[in-house]
Design a protein around this ligand. Structure first.
Ligand SMILES: NC(=O)C1=CN([C@@H]2O[C@H](COP(=O)(O)OP(=O)(O)OC[C@H]3O[C@@H](n4cnc5c(N)ncnc54)[C@H](OP(=O)(O)O)[C@@H]3O)[C@@H](O)[C@H]2O)[C@@H](O)CC1
Ligand SMILES: Nc1ncnc2c1ncn2[C@@H]1O[C@H](COP(=O)(O)OP(=O)(O)O)[C@@H](O)[C@H]1O
Ligand SMILES: [Mg+2]
Length: 274
């Protein structure tokens, strides 16, 4: 197990070439947010935009459209019940994030099945929150794509079958290998299982223990994957930056809110680019 250091930031976050445009920085489609959990996909989408993803589209319940555009006019919107549009927006993305606030009812399962049937081997799919629970509950066959799972410990228990108390590095490593995926097991000391190595994040504070913190990380992971060359480094740098910003804020705050991490992202990435 390797311990992440701040060196992952400049190794990943590169100065933007002058001769570039929004298409240079990736197209990301985020899917989630039912009538009750609209905030989750809003936070994930905002994290992707503020991380610098070039073009961001949010596919969510229609009841979330007004709040999405009020908070995040940079994001495009599509109605989650429009299957043809969903397929088209998945196909045109290089990174897809599915799950924040998606819920686990029949409609959510149908959406997830559409996502799995549409992504291709060239694309990266980040699977978070409800989507992880659905994969576990329904024993879904995973698609051929670059897969990144971002479970908290209970979601990892559901997906891997390993009880939380028995989630040792060796057992989690074997389960990640069986999934042919990168797995980010979130906790006070988050562990990241890439195809080639295992890492521990030395940062993170209980000030982060608040709803939406993982939704925000999922959007950051997607935003970093959309624009940075090395996918393993992109995931590691997103995890590290998420906690590093939280630790900065926690020096003066009892609790750190997800939107505050999002607001700090452009400044933090500016300071750590190389
Ligand atoms: N504003 C919004 O719209 C928000 C929407 N959200 C969306 O809600 C959906 C459901 O996601 P979820 O994580 O809230 O619920 P679920 O999957 O049932 O897991 C909770 C269970 O696991 C247990 N548990 C054990 N270890 C744990 C650990 N380390 N970390 C966390 N939990 C741990 C925990 O134990 P307990 O708290 O009882 O001790 C409890 O029994 C998902 O789509 C998400 O995106 C949320 O992000 C909130 C903000
Ligand atoms: N005590 C803690 N110390 C460090 N990080 C924490 C702590 N509690 C939660 N976090 C972080 O907050 C995030 C929580 O993710 P998750 O449970 O999926 O939240 P949500 O689904 O509500 O957005 C993870 O990145 C996790 O590492
Ligand atoms: Mg979560």
């Amino acid at each position: 197990m390797e311990t992440l250091t701040a060196a992952i930031l400049p190794a990943t976050i590169r100065r933007r070439p002058a001769d570039s445009h929004k298409g240079t920085y990736g197209r990301i489609t985020l899917i989630g947010g039912n009538r009750n959990f609209g905030g989750a996909i809003l936070m994930a989408s905002a994290a992707a935009v503020y991380a610098g993803a070039g073009l961001v589209t949010t596919i969510t319940d229609a009841s979330n459209q007004g709040s999405l555009h009020a908070r995040l006019p940079e994001a495009m919107f599509a109605d989650i019940t429009d299957t043809a549009m969903t397929q088209s927006l998945i196909t045109s993305a290089n990174v897809v994030v599915v799950g924040p606030g998606l819920g686990t009812d029949a409609a959510a399962l149908a959406v997830l099945k559409t996502v799995f049937a549409t992504v291709t081997a060239e694309q990266t799919l980040v699977i978070d929150g409800s989507a992880i629970t659905l994969v576990a509950q329904h024993h879904l066959t995973l698609p051929q794509a670059h897969l990144v799972f971002t479970p908290h410990q209970m979601e990892w228990q559901r997906l891997s079958g390993i009880p939380i108390a028995e989630q040792t590095a060796a057992r989690s490593r074997a389960a990640a290998d069986r999934l042919h995926a990168t797995v980010v097991v979130k906790s006070h000391r988050t562990q990241i299982y890439t195809p080639s190595a295992t890492y521990e994040n030395p940062l993170g504070t209980p000030a982060q223990a608040t709803g939406g913190m993982g939704d925000t990380l999922a959007g950051m992971v997607g935003g970093f994957l959309a624009q940075f060359a090395d996918p393993d480094q992109a995931v590691l740098a997103a995890v590290y930056a998420h906690s590093a910003i939280a630790e900065e804020l926690a020096e003066r705050q009892y609790v750190v809110l997800p939107h505050q991490i999002i607001d700090e992202l452009p400044r933090f990435m500016h300071e750590h680019q190389a």
